[in-house]
Ligand binder design. Sequence first.
Ligand code: HBI
Ligand code: FE
Length: 285
Amino acid sequence: MSADGPPPGTRSDWTIDQDWQSYTPAEHQVWMTLYERQSRLLPGRACDAFLHGLDALDLHRGGIPDFSRINAELNRLTGWSVVAVPGLVPDAVFFEHLANRRFPAGRFIRRPAQLDYLQEPDIFHDVFGHVPMLTDPTFADYMQAYGEGGLRALDRGQLHNLARLYWYTVEFGLLDTLQGLRIYGAGIVSSHAESLFALDDPSPNRLGFDLERVMRTPYRIDDFQQVYFVIPSLQALLDATLQDFEALYGRLALSGDIPIAAIEPGDQAFTRGTQAYAAAKAKMA
Ligand code: HBI
Ligand code: FE
């Protein structure tokens, strides 16, 4: 990890003012375009906790949300708040915020030419994608537990494995419900194309969540996932963080990684993917 301090104009905890007044009409329009498209697509796809959170925070009104407005409601519901940061922050800073029920969100918004993909998390990914789930008390506790676990993992040099848990849950997680699979991961709900792919495409594997299994599985940051992990409930996800991570890290050091598209004997396969999408992409490269 780099020892770089915060850039000029940034506080020592890497936060900045959101400076809501300075967003341009064109920037608000980008939010509205993305919001319209996703809010139309997500009923019947995103889980109830996400859809309720989206409603409760009223993220539509007036374009890009003002953090001071959403924080009043978010704080009342679960004690969380959103703080503005310039972009990616160092791991230790990120975890310190989560451990204190603060979610660091980028203040910038993607340009109209980048509606479908950008590398760094912007305010649409961070606020539309992440913040609705933070209105759910169980998920809110999970995120705090993750931040606390992140700080311990950093101390022990185990972040490599723990980051996979974040990726396959907070970013790309699916939830099993009586009505079928639903999305709760922010990387999916903030992406039009992946909101379709993650649930409907025959390519990816969809496997039952198992903490140790997830931590042994590499992920891709540059394209649709080849595997999604399905939790039975948000409570089960929170409960998974109660086990002894020290013992877990010890086992992980011996067991090694599982190839990204593999299905192992112990896996609960909701979908055995064709991997056709990833195979076609690999051929093009
Ligand atoms: N910074 N702003 C921001 N957002 C993140 O999601 C983030 C970060 N810094 C580090 C980080 N994530 C990773 O530690 C986690 O994804 C594991
Ligand atoms: Fe994210």
